[in-house]
Write a new protein. Structure first.
Length: 637
Protein backbone atom coordinates (compact mmCIF):
# COMPACT_ATOMS: atom_id res chain seq x y z
CA UNK A 1 0.00 0.00 0.00
CA UNK A 2 2.85 2.38 0.87
CA UNK A 3 4.54 1.64 -2.46
CA UNK A 4 1.25 2.33 -4.22
CA UNK A 5 0.89 5.69 -2.44
CA UNK A 6 4.48 6.63 -3.24
CA UNK A 7 3.87 5.86 -6.90
CA UNK A 8 0.78 8.03 -6.85
CA UNK A 9 2.68 10.90 -5.25
CA UNK A 10 5.53 10.52 -7.76
CA UNK A 11 3.14 10.60 -10.69
CA UNK A 12 1.35 13.65 -9.24
CA UNK A 13 4.67 15.42 -8.73
CA UNK A 14 5.72 14.72 -12.32
CA UNK A 15 2.37 15.99 -13.64
CA UNK A 16 2.63 19.22 -11.63
CA UNK A 17 6.26 19.87 -12.59
CA UNK A 18 5.58 19.19 -16.27
CA UNK A 19 2.58 21.52 -16.24
CA UNK A 20 4.61 24.30 -14.62
CA UNK A 21 7.42 23.86 -17.16
CA UNK A 22 5.20 24.16 -20.25
CA UNK A 23 3.17 27.09 -18.88
CA UNK A 24 5.92 29.01 -17.05
CA UNK A 25 6.25 31.51 -19.90
CA UNK A 26 2.62 32.64 -19.39
CA UNK A 27 3.72 34.44 -16.21
CA UNK A 28 5.18 37.24 -18.34
CA UNK A 29 1.96 37.73 -20.29
CA UNK A 30 -0.37 40.68 -19.82
CA UNK A 31 -4.14 41.12 -19.86
CA UNK A 32 -5.60 40.15 -23.25
CA UNK A 33 -8.92 39.48 -24.96
CA UNK A 34 -11.77 39.52 -22.40
CA UNK A 35 -9.44 40.35 -19.49
CA UNK A 36 -10.03 44.09 -19.84
CA UNK A 37 -13.79 43.62 -19.45
CA UNK A 38 -13.80 40.91 -16.83
CA UNK A 39 -10.86 42.07 -14.70
CA UNK A 40 -9.42 45.51 -15.37
CA UNK A 41 -12.78 47.32 -15.69
CA UNK A 42 -14.93 44.94 -13.66
CA UNK A 43 -15.96 46.34 -10.27
CA UNK A 44 -16.92 42.86 -9.08
CA UNK A 45 -13.26 41.93 -9.04
CA UNK A 46 -12.35 44.92 -6.87
CA UNK A 47 -15.21 45.16 -4.40
CA UNK A 48 -16.18 42.10 -2.37
CA UNK A 49 -19.64 43.48 -1.55
CA UNK A 50 -20.51 43.71 -5.24
CA UNK A 51 -19.82 40.00 -5.69
CA UNK A 52 -23.23 39.31 -4.16
CA UNK A 53 -25.08 41.97 -6.12
CA UNK A 54 -27.91 40.81 -8.38
CA UNK A 55 -26.61 39.55 -11.71
CA UNK A 56 -27.63 37.67 -14.80
CA UNK A 57 -25.03 34.94 -14.52
CA UNK A 58 -24.03 33.76 -11.08
CA UNK A 59 -20.38 32.95 -11.72
CA UNK A 60 -19.48 33.53 -8.09
CA UNK A 61 -16.75 30.88 -8.05
CA UNK A 62 -14.90 32.53 -10.90
CA UNK A 63 -15.42 36.05 -9.57
CA UNK A 64 -14.23 35.07 -6.09
CA UNK A 65 -10.94 33.70 -7.48
CA UNK A 66 -10.43 36.90 -9.46
CA UNK A 67 -11.30 39.00 -6.40
CA UNK A 68 -8.72 37.09 -4.36
CA UNK A 69 -6.09 37.65 -7.03
CA UNK A 70 -6.87 41.36 -7.09
CA UNK A 71 -6.55 41.66 -3.31
CA UNK A 72 -3.15 39.98 -3.41
CA UNK A 73 -1.69 41.35 -6.65
CA UNK A 74 -3.71 44.44 -7.53
CA UNK A 75 -3.79 44.69 -11.32
CA UNK A 76 -0.44 42.95 -11.80
CA UNK A 77 -1.19 40.26 -14.43
CA UNK A 78 1.62 38.04 -13.09
CA UNK A 79 -0.44 36.97 -10.08
CA UNK A 80 -3.54 36.23 -12.15
CA UNK A 81 -1.50 34.11 -14.58
CA UNK A 82 0.12 32.31 -11.66
CA UNK A 83 -3.33 31.34 -10.37
CA UNK A 84 -4.34 30.06 -13.81
CA UNK A 85 -1.18 27.98 -13.97
CA UNK A 86 -1.76 26.51 -10.50
CA UNK A 87 -5.42 25.80 -11.28
CA UNK A 88 -4.46 23.96 -14.47
CA UNK A 89 -1.90 21.95 -12.47
CA UNK A 90 -4.57 21.03 -9.91
CA UNK A 91 -7.00 20.11 -12.66
CA UNK A 92 -4.39 17.87 -14.30
CA UNK A 93 -3.90 16.13 -10.95
CA UNK A 94 -7.69 15.80 -10.61
CA UNK A 95 -7.76 14.23 -14.09
CA UNK A 96 -5.17 11.69 -12.91
CA UNK A 97 -7.26 10.83 -9.85
CA UNK A 98 -10.46 10.66 -11.89
CA UNK A 99 -8.88 8.41 -14.50
CA UNK A 100 -7.59 6.16 -11.71
CA UNK A 101 -11.04 6.06 -10.08
CA UNK A 102 -12.46 4.87 -13.40
CA UNK A 103 -9.70 2.56 -14.65
CA UNK A 104 -7.84 1.55 -11.44
CA UNK A 105 -4.62 1.57 -13.47
CA UNK A 106 -1.78 3.86 -12.36
CA UNK A 107 0.20 4.02 -15.60
CA UNK A 108 -2.82 4.51 -17.81
CA UNK A 109 -4.08 7.28 -15.51
CA UNK A 110 -0.65 8.92 -15.53
CA UNK A 111 -0.49 8.91 -19.33
CA UNK A 112 -4.02 10.35 -19.57
CA UNK A 113 -3.24 13.14 -17.10
CA UNK A 114 0.06 13.94 -18.82
CA UNK A 115 -1.64 14.27 -22.19
CA UNK A 116 -4.22 16.55 -20.58
CA UNK A 117 -1.60 18.67 -18.81
CA UNK A 118 0.42 19.57 -21.93
CA UNK A 119 -2.18 19.48 -24.73
CA UNK A 120 -1.83 22.74 -26.72
CA UNK A 121 -5.59 23.05 -27.13
CA UNK A 122 -5.70 24.18 -23.50
CA UNK A 123 -3.44 27.21 -24.01
CA UNK A 124 -6.36 29.59 -24.60
CA UNK A 125 -8.06 28.57 -21.34
CA UNK A 126 -4.84 28.82 -19.35
CA UNK A 127 -3.16 31.82 -20.99
CA UNK A 128 -6.23 34.08 -21.00
CA UNK A 129 -7.00 34.86 -17.36
CA UNK A 130 -10.72 35.45 -17.85
CA UNK A 131 -11.08 32.00 -19.42
CA UNK A 132 -10.22 30.24 -16.19
CA UNK A 133 -13.96 29.45 -16.04
CA UNK A 134 -13.22 26.37 -18.16
CA UNK A 135 -10.45 25.26 -15.80
CA UNK A 136 -12.61 25.71 -12.72
CA UNK A 137 -15.53 23.78 -14.20
CA UNK A 138 -13.30 20.86 -15.19
CA UNK A 139 -11.58 20.88 -11.79
CA UNK A 140 -14.83 20.74 -9.84
CA UNK A 141 -16.69 18.26 -12.04
CA UNK A 142 -13.65 15.95 -11.93
CA UNK A 143 -13.57 16.17 -8.13
CA UNK A 144 -17.36 15.84 -7.99
CA UNK A 145 -17.26 12.68 -10.09
CA UNK A 146 -14.44 11.22 -7.98
CA UNK A 147 -16.51 11.61 -4.80
CA UNK A 148 -19.60 10.30 -6.59
CA UNK A 149 -17.64 7.15 -7.39
CA UNK A 150 -16.41 6.95 -3.77
CA UNK A 151 -20.02 7.01 -2.64
CA UNK A 152 -20.52 3.65 -4.32
CA UNK A 153 -18.27 1.96 -1.74
CA UNK A 154 -19.09 4.22 1.21
CA UNK A 155 -21.34 3.46 4.15
CA UNK A 156 -22.42 7.10 4.58
CA UNK A 157 -23.54 10.04 2.50
CA UNK A 158 -20.53 12.26 3.18
CA UNK A 159 -18.89 11.70 -0.26
CA UNK A 160 -22.25 12.44 -1.89
CA UNK A 161 -22.51 15.75 -0.01
CA UNK A 162 -18.96 16.70 -1.02
CA UNK A 163 -19.74 15.77 -4.62
CA UNK A 164 -22.81 18.04 -4.59
CA UNK A 165 -20.70 20.85 -3.15
CA UNK A 166 -18.23 20.52 -6.03
CA UNK A 167 -21.15 20.54 -8.46
CA UNK A 168 -22.38 23.81 -6.95
CA UNK A 169 -18.87 25.30 -7.26
CA UNK A 170 -18.70 24.16 -10.89
CA UNK A 171 -22.04 25.85 -11.62
CA UNK A 172 -20.67 28.98 -9.96
CA UNK A 173 -17.74 28.91 -12.37
CA UNK A 174 -19.75 28.60 -15.60
CA UNK A 175 -23.24 27.52 -16.57
CA UNK A 176 -22.04 24.64 -18.81
CA UNK A 177 -21.57 22.64 -15.60
CA UNK A 178 -25.32 21.85 -15.75
CA UNK A 179 -24.23 18.84 -17.83
CA UNK A 180 -22.74 17.18 -14.70
CA UNK A 181 -25.76 15.00 -13.72
CA UNK A 182 -25.65 13.54 -17.24
CA UNK A 183 -21.99 12.67 -16.72
CA UNK A 184 -22.89 10.86 -13.50
CA UNK A 185 -25.50 8.87 -15.37
CA UNK A 186 -22.96 8.22 -18.13
CA UNK A 187 -20.50 6.78 -15.60
CA UNK A 188 -23.17 4.54 -14.08
CA UNK A 189 -24.27 3.24 -17.47
CA UNK A 190 -20.70 2.36 -18.44
CA UNK A 191 -19.01 1.18 -15.27
CA UNK A 192 -21.71 0.14 -12.77
CA UNK A 193 -23.24 -3.25 -13.32
CA UNK A 194 -26.25 -2.39 -11.21
CA UNK A 195 -29.19 -0.37 -12.45
CA UNK A 196 -28.64 3.35 -11.61
CA UNK A 197 -30.49 4.42 -8.47
CA UNK A 198 -32.54 7.57 -8.87
CA UNK A 199 -32.01 8.61 -5.25
CA UNK A 200 -28.34 9.35 -5.92
CA UNK A 201 -29.27 11.93 -8.58
CA UNK A 202 -31.92 13.83 -6.61
CA UNK A 203 -29.42 16.02 -4.65
CA UNK A 204 -27.71 17.06 -7.88
CA UNK A 205 -31.04 17.90 -9.51
CA UNK A 206 -31.93 19.96 -6.43
CA UNK A 207 -28.66 21.92 -6.73
CA UNK A 208 -29.30 22.41 -10.45
CA UNK A 209 -32.89 23.53 -9.80
CA UNK A 210 -31.77 26.13 -7.28
CA UNK A 211 -29.18 27.43 -9.70
CA UNK A 212 -31.73 27.70 -12.53
CA UNK A 213 -34.02 29.75 -10.29
CA UNK A 214 -31.18 32.16 -9.48
CA UNK A 215 -30.02 32.22 -13.09
CA UNK A 216 -33.47 33.20 -14.33
CA UNK A 217 -33.38 36.52 -12.42
CA UNK A 218 -32.79 39.12 -15.15
CA UNK A 219 -30.24 41.84 -14.42
CA UNK A 220 -26.75 42.86 -15.62
CA UNK A 221 -23.98 40.35 -15.21
CA UNK A 222 -21.17 42.86 -14.76
CA UNK A 223 -21.06 46.22 -13.06
CA UNK A 224 -18.55 48.09 -15.21
CA UNK A 225 -17.50 51.65 -15.26
CA UNK A 226 -17.89 52.04 -19.01
CA UNK A 227 -16.05 54.93 -20.56
CA UNK A 228 -18.38 57.11 -22.57
CA UNK A 229 -15.86 57.29 -25.38
CA UNK A 230 -13.50 54.41 -25.86
CA UNK A 231 -12.49 51.72 -28.32
CA UNK A 232 -13.85 48.21 -27.97
CA UNK A 233 -11.52 45.24 -28.33
CA UNK A 234 -13.67 42.16 -28.69
CA UNK A 235 -14.07 38.61 -29.82
CA UNK A 236 -17.34 37.65 -31.40
CA UNK A 237 -20.01 35.04 -31.48
CA UNK A 238 -22.07 34.40 -34.60
CA UNK A 239 -21.48 37.05 -37.18
CA UNK A 240 -23.43 37.75 -40.32
CA UNK A 241 -27.09 37.23 -41.07
CA UNK A 242 -27.10 33.46 -40.72
CA UNK A 243 -30.26 31.41 -40.56
CA UNK A 244 -30.63 28.69 -37.95
CA UNK A 245 -30.08 26.04 -40.61
CA UNK A 246 -26.92 27.81 -41.73
CA UNK A 247 -25.66 27.95 -38.14
CA UNK A 248 -26.11 24.19 -37.72
CA UNK A 249 -24.43 23.49 -41.06
CA UNK A 250 -21.50 25.68 -40.06
CA UNK A 251 -21.29 23.92 -36.72
CA UNK A 252 -20.82 20.65 -38.59
CA UNK A 253 -17.67 22.16 -40.05
CA UNK A 254 -16.76 23.31 -36.57
CA UNK A 255 -17.10 19.74 -35.26
CA UNK A 256 -14.61 18.54 -37.87
CA UNK A 257 -12.19 21.26 -36.80
CA UNK A 258 -12.56 20.26 -33.14
CA UNK A 259 -11.68 16.63 -33.91
CA UNK A 260 -8.72 17.69 -36.03
CA UNK A 261 -7.40 20.05 -33.33
CA UNK A 262 -7.48 17.32 -30.70
CA UNK A 263 -5.38 14.96 -32.79
CA UNK A 264 -3.18 17.58 -34.45
CA UNK A 265 -3.36 21.00 -32.78
CA UNK A 266 -1.88 23.11 -35.55
CA UNK A 267 -2.33 25.86 -36.50
CA UNK A 268 -4.00 27.31 -33.43
CA UNK A 269 -5.96 30.55 -33.56
CA UNK A 270 -8.28 32.50 -31.33
CA UNK A 271 -10.51 33.16 -34.33
CA UNK A 272 -11.56 30.61 -36.96
CA UNK A 273 -13.23 31.81 -40.14
CA UNK A 274 -16.28 30.04 -41.54
CA UNK A 275 -18.31 31.18 -44.56
CA UNK A 276 -22.09 31.16 -44.50
CA UNK A 277 -23.30 27.70 -45.54
CA UNK A 278 -26.75 27.17 -47.03
CA UNK A 279 -26.50 23.57 -48.26
CA UNK A 280 -25.11 20.28 -46.96
CA UNK A 281 -23.39 19.85 -50.32
CA UNK A 282 -21.18 22.92 -49.93
CA UNK A 283 -17.48 22.67 -49.11
CA UNK A 284 -17.60 18.91 -48.38
CA UNK A 285 -20.01 19.43 -45.50
CA UNK A 286 -21.37 15.98 -46.21
CA UNK A 287 -18.00 14.60 -45.06
CA UNK A 288 -18.33 16.50 -41.79
CA UNK A 289 -21.74 14.94 -41.27
CA UNK A 290 -20.34 11.49 -42.04
CA UNK A 291 -17.50 12.09 -39.54
CA UNK A 292 -20.00 12.98 -36.82
CA UNK A 293 -22.08 9.88 -37.59
CA UNK A 294 -18.92 7.73 -37.60
CA UNK A 295 -17.85 9.03 -34.18
CA UNK A 296 -21.29 8.26 -32.76
CA UNK A 297 -21.24 4.83 -34.43
CA UNK A 298 -17.78 4.15 -32.99
CA UNK A 299 -19.05 4.92 -29.50
CA UNK A 300 -21.92 2.48 -29.97
CA UNK A 301 -19.94 -0.47 -31.38
CA UNK A 302 -17.18 -0.20 -28.76
CA UNK A 303 -19.60 0.02 -25.82
CA UNK A 304 -19.41 -3.63 -24.78
CA UNK A 305 -15.86 -4.65 -25.59
CA UNK A 306 -13.94 -1.37 -25.26
CA UNK A 307 -15.92 0.62 -22.72
CA UNK A 308 -13.14 3.15 -22.10
CA UNK A 309 -13.02 4.13 -25.77
CA UNK A 310 -16.80 4.40 -25.92
CA UNK A 311 -16.93 6.37 -22.67
CA UNK A 312 -14.23 8.77 -23.88
CA UNK A 313 -16.17 9.48 -27.08
CA UNK A 314 -19.43 9.90 -25.17
CA UNK A 315 -17.76 12.31 -22.71
CA UNK A 316 -16.42 14.34 -25.64
CA UNK A 317 -19.79 14.54 -27.42
CA UNK A 318 -21.89 15.31 -24.33
CA UNK A 319 -19.61 18.08 -23.13
CA UNK A 320 -19.49 19.57 -26.62
CA UNK A 321 -23.27 19.86 -26.83
CA UNK A 322 -23.67 23.03 -24.70
CA UNK A 323 -21.34 24.96 -27.02
CA UNK A 324 -22.61 23.53 -30.30
CA UNK A 325 -25.12 26.30 -31.08
CA UNK A 326 -28.23 24.25 -30.60
CA UNK A 327 -29.27 27.49 -28.95
CA UNK A 328 -27.33 29.90 -31.18
CA UNK A 329 -25.21 32.24 -29.09
CA UNK A 330 -21.66 31.02 -29.12
CA UNK A 331 -18.62 30.60 -31.37
CA UNK A 332 -18.46 27.95 -34.07
CA UNK A 333 -15.00 26.98 -32.84
CA UNK A 334 -13.25 28.19 -29.70
CA UNK A 335 -10.26 26.29 -28.38
CA UNK A 336 -11.20 26.95 -24.76
CA UNK A 337 -14.46 25.05 -25.33
CA UNK A 338 -12.39 21.87 -25.75
CA UNK A 339 -10.89 22.10 -22.26
CA UNK A 340 -13.62 19.92 -20.70
CA UNK A 341 -14.46 17.67 -23.71
CA UNK A 342 -10.73 16.97 -24.24
CA UNK A 343 -10.69 14.72 -21.17
CA UNK A 344 -12.63 12.19 -23.24
CA UNK A 345 -10.00 12.37 -25.98
CA UNK A 346 -7.10 12.06 -23.49
CA UNK A 347 -8.86 9.13 -21.80
CA UNK A 348 -9.27 7.36 -25.12
CA UNK A 349 -5.74 8.02 -26.41
CA UNK A 350 -4.10 7.46 -23.04
CA UNK A 351 -5.86 4.11 -22.59
CA UNK A 352 -4.79 2.94 -26.06
CA UNK A 353 -1.17 3.94 -25.38
CA UNK A 354 -1.24 2.26 -21.96
CA UNK A 355 -2.58 -0.94 -23.50
CA UNK A 356 0.23 -0.85 -26.03
CA UNK A 357 2.81 -0.34 -23.27
CA UNK A 358 1.46 -3.33 -21.37
CA UNK A 359 2.20 -5.74 -24.21
CA UNK A 360 5.67 -6.90 -25.20
CA UNK A 361 5.08 -6.69 -28.95
CA UNK A 362 3.92 -3.08 -28.90
CA UNK A 363 5.73 -1.78 -25.81
CA UNK A 364 8.60 -0.03 -27.60
CA UNK A 365 6.55 1.49 -30.39
CA UNK A 366 3.93 2.69 -27.89
CA UNK A 367 6.63 4.29 -25.73
CA UNK A 368 8.10 6.07 -28.76
CA UNK A 369 4.68 7.32 -29.88
CA UNK A 370 3.87 8.55 -26.37
CA UNK A 371 7.23 10.32 -26.13
CA UNK A 372 6.79 11.98 -29.52
CA UNK A 373 3.25 13.13 -28.68
CA UNK A 374 4.26 14.60 -25.32
CA UNK A 375 7.28 16.32 -26.87
CA UNK A 376 5.25 17.78 -29.74
CA UNK A 377 2.44 18.89 -27.44
CA UNK A 378 4.83 20.48 -24.94
CA UNK A 379 6.80 22.43 -27.56
CA UNK A 380 3.60 23.57 -29.25
CA UNK A 381 2.14 24.71 -25.93
CA UNK A 382 5.23 26.74 -25.03
CA UNK A 383 5.23 28.36 -28.48
CA UNK A 384 1.51 29.12 -28.38
CA UNK A 385 1.79 30.81 -24.97
CA UNK A 386 3.94 33.54 -26.52
CA UNK A 387 1.00 34.56 -28.72
CA UNK A 388 -0.83 35.73 -25.60
CA UNK A 389 1.99 38.04 -24.48
CA UNK A 390 -0.07 41.13 -25.36
CA UNK A 391 -3.20 42.19 -27.19
CA UNK A 392 -1.12 43.16 -30.20
CA UNK A 393 0.82 39.87 -30.40
CA UNK A 394 -2.38 37.87 -29.99
CA UNK A 395 -4.24 39.53 -32.84
CA UNK A 396 -1.29 40.03 -35.17
CA UNK A 397 -0.57 36.28 -34.90
CA UNK A 398 -4.26 35.61 -35.47
CA UNK A 399 -4.14 37.56 -38.74
CA UNK A 400 -1.10 35.56 -39.90
CA UNK A 401 -3.01 32.31 -39.46
CA UNK A 402 -6.41 33.61 -40.48
CA UNK A 403 -6.22 36.52 -42.96
CA UNK A 404 -10.02 36.66 -42.95
CA UNK A 405 -10.23 37.33 -39.23
CA UNK A 406 -12.58 40.28 -38.78
CA UNK A 407 -11.71 40.45 -35.10
CA UNK A 408 -8.03 40.30 -35.92
CA UNK A 409 -8.23 43.43 -38.05
CA UNK A 410 -10.49 45.14 -35.53
CA UNK A 411 -8.33 44.42 -32.52
CA UNK A 412 -5.04 45.16 -34.28
CA UNK A 413 -6.68 48.44 -35.24
CA UNK A 414 -7.46 49.07 -31.58
CA UNK A 415 -3.81 48.40 -30.77
CA UNK A 416 -2.62 50.93 -33.37
CA UNK A 417 -5.12 53.49 -32.10
CA UNK A 418 -3.90 53.07 -28.53
CA UNK A 419 -0.34 53.62 -29.76
CA UNK A 420 -1.42 56.80 -31.55
CA UNK A 421 -1.00 55.41 -35.09
CA UNK A 422 -4.39 56.57 -36.35
CA UNK A 423 -3.73 55.89 -40.05
CA UNK A 424 -2.91 52.22 -39.48
CA UNK A 425 -5.88 51.91 -37.13
CA UNK A 426 -8.22 53.25 -39.83
CA UNK A 427 -6.77 50.83 -42.41
CA UNK A 428 -7.40 47.84 -40.15
CA UNK A 429 -10.93 48.91 -39.21
CA UNK A 430 -11.77 49.39 -42.90
CA UNK A 431 -10.40 45.92 -43.69
CA UNK A 432 -12.62 44.47 -40.96
CA UNK A 433 -15.68 46.23 -42.36
CA UNK A 434 -14.87 45.00 -45.86
CA UNK A 435 -14.92 41.41 -44.56
CA UNK A 436 -17.99 41.87 -42.34
CA UNK A 437 -20.16 44.88 -43.30
CA UNK A 438 -22.59 44.19 -40.42
CA UNK A 439 -20.06 44.25 -37.59
CA UNK A 440 -21.35 47.02 -35.33
CA UNK A 441 -18.32 47.60 -33.12
CA UNK A 442 -15.96 48.01 -36.04
CA UNK A 443 -17.94 51.02 -37.26
CA UNK A 444 -17.84 52.32 -33.70
CA UNK A 445 -14.07 51.94 -33.52
CA UNK A 446 -13.62 53.45 -36.99
CA UNK A 447 -15.72 56.41 -35.89
CA UNK A 448 -13.39 56.96 -32.95
CA UNK A 449 -10.30 56.68 -35.17
CA UNK A 450 -11.72 59.22 -37.60
CA UNK A 451 -12.54 61.50 -34.68
CA UNK A 452 -8.90 61.26 -33.55
CA UNK A 453 -7.85 62.05 -37.13
CA UNK A 454 -10.03 65.17 -37.10
CA UNK A 455 -12.43 63.90 -39.76
CA UNK A 456 -15.60 64.61 -37.78
CA UNK A 457 -18.02 64.26 -40.69
CA UNK A 458 -16.93 60.69 -41.47
CA UNK A 459 -16.77 59.93 -37.76
CA UNK A 460 -20.44 60.89 -37.44
CA UNK A 461 -21.29 58.79 -40.50
CA UNK A 462 -19.68 55.64 -39.07
CA UNK A 463 -21.12 56.11 -35.60
CA UNK A 464 -24.58 56.50 -37.11
CA UNK A 465 -24.02 53.25 -39.03
CA UNK A 466 -23.01 51.58 -35.76
CA UNK A 467 -26.26 52.77 -34.18
CA UNK A 468 -28.34 51.63 -37.17
CA UNK A 469 -26.89 48.12 -36.76
CA UNK A 470 -27.27 48.15 -32.98
CA UNK A 471 -29.87 50.75 -31.93
CA UNK A 472 -29.35 49.92 -28.25
CA UNK A 473 -25.63 50.66 -28.22
CA UNK A 474 -25.29 53.26 -25.48
CA UNK A 475 -21.57 53.77 -26.07
CA UNK A 476 -22.23 54.60 -29.74
CA UNK A 477 -24.67 57.35 -28.76
CA UNK A 478 -22.15 58.63 -26.21
CA UNK A 479 -19.37 58.70 -28.81
CA UNK A 480 -21.63 60.42 -31.35
CA UNK A 481 -22.48 63.04 -28.74
CA UNK A 482 -18.77 63.64 -28.14
CA UNK A 483 -18.13 64.21 -31.84
CA UNK A 484 -21.07 66.62 -32.11
CA UNK A 485 -19.75 68.44 -29.05
CA UNK A 486 -16.37 68.84 -30.73
CA UNK A 487 -18.12 70.17 -33.84
CA UNK A 488 -19.90 72.79 -31.75
CA UNK A 489 -23.32 71.22 -32.27
CA UNK A 490 -24.25 71.21 -28.59
CA UNK A 491 -27.96 70.48 -28.98
CA UNK A 492 -27.22 67.30 -30.98
CA UNK A 493 -24.59 66.39 -28.39
CA UNK A 494 -27.16 66.79 -25.60
CA UNK A 495 -29.68 64.61 -27.43
CA UNK A 496 -27.20 61.74 -27.89
CA UNK A 497 -25.75 61.98 -24.37
CA UNK A 498 -29.26 61.86 -22.89
CA UNK A 499 -30.17 58.85 -25.04
CA UNK A 500 -27.05 56.99 -23.88
CA UNK A 501 -27.75 57.78 -20.22
CA UNK A 502 -31.52 57.47 -19.99
CA UNK A 503 -32.32 54.75 -22.51
CA UNK A 504 -29.30 52.50 -22.84
CA UNK A 505 -27.81 51.83 -19.46
CA UNK A 506 -25.00 54.36 -19.00
CA UNK A 507 -26.49 56.08 -15.94
CA UNK A 508 -23.49 55.05 -13.85
CA UNK A 509 -20.93 56.65 -16.18
CA UNK A 510 -19.57 59.74 -14.39
CA UNK A 511 -17.63 60.96 -17.42
CA UNK A 512 -20.77 60.87 -19.55
CA UNK A 513 -22.73 62.96 -17.05
CA UNK A 514 -19.82 65.40 -17.05
CA UNK A 515 -19.89 65.64 -20.86
CA UNK A 516 -23.63 66.26 -20.78
CA UNK A 517 -23.07 68.97 -18.17
CA UNK A 518 -20.53 70.67 -20.44
CA UNK A 519 -23.02 70.56 -23.32
CA UNK A 520 -25.71 72.13 -21.15
CA UNK A 521 -23.25 74.82 -20.08
CA UNK A 522 -22.42 75.58 -23.71
CA UNK A 523 -26.08 76.35 -24.48
CA UNK A 524 -26.54 78.44 -21.34
CA UNK A 525 -28.58 75.93 -19.29
CA UNK A 526 -26.73 76.58 -16.04
CA UNK A 527 -29.09 74.70 -13.70
CA UNK A 528 -29.04 71.60 -15.92
CA UNK A 529 -25.25 71.79 -16.12
CA UNK A 530 -25.03 71.97 -12.32
CA UNK A 531 -27.33 68.96 -12.02
CA UNK A 532 -25.19 66.81 -14.34
CA UNK A 533 -21.94 67.89 -12.68
CA UNK A 534 -23.37 66.91 -9.30
CA UNK A 535 -24.43 63.50 -10.67
CA UNK A 536 -20.92 62.96 -12.02
CA UNK A 537 -19.42 63.83 -8.63
CA UNK A 538 -21.83 61.51 -6.82
CA UNK A 539 -20.54 58.67 -9.03
CA UNK A 540 -16.89 59.67 -8.78
CA UNK A 541 -16.04 62.31 -6.13
CA UNK A 542 -12.38 62.35 -7.20
CA UNK A 543 -12.97 64.08 -10.55
CA UNK A 544 -11.12 67.34 -9.93
CA UNK A 545 -12.14 68.92 -13.25
CA UNK A 546 -15.84 68.36 -12.49
CA UNK A 547 -15.55 70.10 -9.12
CA UNK A 548 -13.82 73.00 -10.88
CA UNK A 549 -16.53 73.34 -13.55
CA UNK A 550 -19.26 73.00 -10.94
CA UNK A 551 -17.62 75.83 -9.00
CA UNK A 552 -17.66 77.98 -12.14
CA UNK A 553 -21.39 77.38 -12.62
CA UNK A 554 -22.09 78.21 -8.98
CA UNK A 555 -20.11 81.42 -9.49
CA UNK A 556 -22.33 82.35 -12.45
CA UNK A 557 -25.32 82.14 -10.11
CA UNK A 558 -23.58 84.23 -7.45
CA UNK A 559 -23.30 81.25 -5.08
CA UNK A 560 -19.72 82.03 -4.08
CA UNK A 561 -19.63 79.95 -0.90
CA UNK A 562 -20.63 76.88 -2.91
CA UNK A 563 -18.16 77.84 -5.63
CA UNK A 564 -15.30 78.19 -3.12
CA UNK A 565 -16.15 74.79 -1.62
CA UNK A 566 -15.94 73.11 -5.05
CA UNK A 567 -12.71 74.90 -6.03
CA UNK A 568 -11.06 73.87 -2.75
CA UNK A 569 -12.08 70.28 -3.36
CA UNK A 570 -10.80 70.57 -6.94
CA UNK A 571 -7.33 71.66 -5.80
CA UNK A 572 -5.12 68.66 -6.52
CA UNK A 573 -1.64 68.67 -4.94
CA UNK A 574 -0.40 66.32 -7.67
CA UNK A 575 -1.66 68.31 -10.65
CA UNK A 576 -1.68 71.80 -9.07
CA UNK A 577 -3.72 73.42 -11.80
CA UNK A 578 -3.11 77.21 -11.98
CA UNK A 579 -6.60 77.65 -13.45
CA UNK A 580 -8.29 76.19 -10.36
CA UNK A 581 -6.30 78.48 -8.07
CA UNK A 582 -7.23 81.40 -10.32
CA UNK A 583 -10.94 80.48 -10.10
CA UNK A 584 -10.64 80.15 -6.34
CA UNK A 585 -8.99 83.58 -6.13
CA UNK A 586 -11.76 85.07 -8.25
CA UNK A 587 -14.45 83.62 -5.95
CA UNK A 588 -12.71 84.97 -2.84
CA UNK A 589 -12.48 88.37 -4.54
CA UNK A 590 -16.22 88.39 -5.15
CA UNK A 591 -16.75 87.70 -1.46
CA UNK A 592 -14.37 90.48 -0.45
CA UNK A 593 -11.90 88.11 1.20
CA UNK A 594 -8.87 89.75 -0.41
CA UNK A 595 -6.13 88.06 1.63
CA UNK A 596 -7.36 84.62 0.65
CA UNK A 597 -7.81 85.82 -2.92
CA UNK A 598 -4.20 87.05 -3.05
CA UNK A 599 -2.93 83.73 -1.67
CA UNK A 600 -4.89 81.80 -4.32
CA UNK A 601 -3.64 84.03 -7.16
CA UNK A 602 -0.06 83.64 -5.90
CA UNK A 603 -0.50 79.86 -6.00
CA UNK A 604 -1.81 80.23 -9.54
CA UNK A 605 1.41 82.04 -10.50
CA UNK A 606 3.51 79.48 -8.62
CA UNK A 607 2.23 76.65 -10.76
CA UNK A 608 2.29 78.53 -14.07
CA UNK A 609 5.96 79.49 -14.28
CA UNK A 610 6.27 79.35 -18.08
CA UNK A 611 3.42 81.62 -19.19
CA UNK A 612 4.82 85.16 -18.85
CA UNK A 613 1.71 86.94 -20.13
CA UNK A 614 -0.52 85.03 -17.74
CA UNK A 615 1.80 85.77 -14.81
CA UNK A 616 1.90 89.46 -15.59
CA UNK A 617 -1.89 89.68 -15.74
CA UNK A 618 -2.32 87.83 -12.45
CA UNK A 619 0.33 90.00 -10.79
CA UNK A 620 -1.64 93.10 -11.78
CA UNK A 621 -4.75 91.57 -10.19
CA UNK A 622 -2.78 90.86 -7.00
CA UNK A 623 -1.55 94.48 -6.82
CA UNK A 624 -5.11 95.76 -7.20
CA UNK A 625 -6.31 93.47 -4.44
CA UNK A 626 -3.49 94.50 -2.14
CA UNK A 627 -4.44 98.17 -2.68
CA UNK A 628 -8.09 97.44 -1.90
CA UNK A 629 -7.08 95.50 1.18
CA UNK A 630 -4.90 98.40 2.36
CA UNK A 631 -7.84 100.80 2.02
CA UNK A 632 -9.93 98.72 4.39
CA UNK A 633 -9.23 100.19 7.83
CA UNK A 634 -10.22 98.47 11.07
CA UNK A 635 -13.14 100.12 12.85
CA UNK A 636 -12.50 101.79 16.24
CA UNK A 637 -14.88 102.12 19.15
Amino acid sequence: MRTNNRTHLLFILIIVVLTIIVYANTLKNGFVYDDAWEIVNNNWVKNFQEIFSSCHRYRLTEIFTLFTDYKIWGLNPFGFHLTNLLLHSLTSVAVFLLAYSILHKKWASFIIATLFAVHPIHTEAVSIISHRQEILVMLFIALGLIFFIKQKTSNNYFPLAISCLFFALALGAKEVAFIFPFLLLLYDLYFENKKPKIKYYIPYLAVLGLFLILFSIPSPRWNFKISGFDTVSFGHALSGNRTYASILLTQLKGFTRYVKLLFFPHPLSIDYYFPTYTSIFQDRLILSLLLLLFVVFLAVITYRRYKVISFGIAWFLINLLPVSNILPKTYFVAERYLYIPSFGFCLLLGWILAEGLSKKKTKIISAIIFGLIITFYSIKTVQRNFDFRSEYTLWSETLKRNPKSVHGYNNVGVGFLEKGDVKEAIKNFESAIELAPTFTKTYYNLGIALYEAGDYVKAVENLKTSISLDPKSGESYAALGTVYQKMGQSFLAISNFRTAIQDYGLKQDASLHYSLGIAYRDVGRVDDAIGEFRKAISLNPKLSEVHNDLGIEYGKKGLYDEAIREFEIAVNPIINSPQIYYNLGFAYTKKGEYNKAVQSFQNSIKYCSKDTIYINNVQRIIKDLQKKNAQIKPSTP
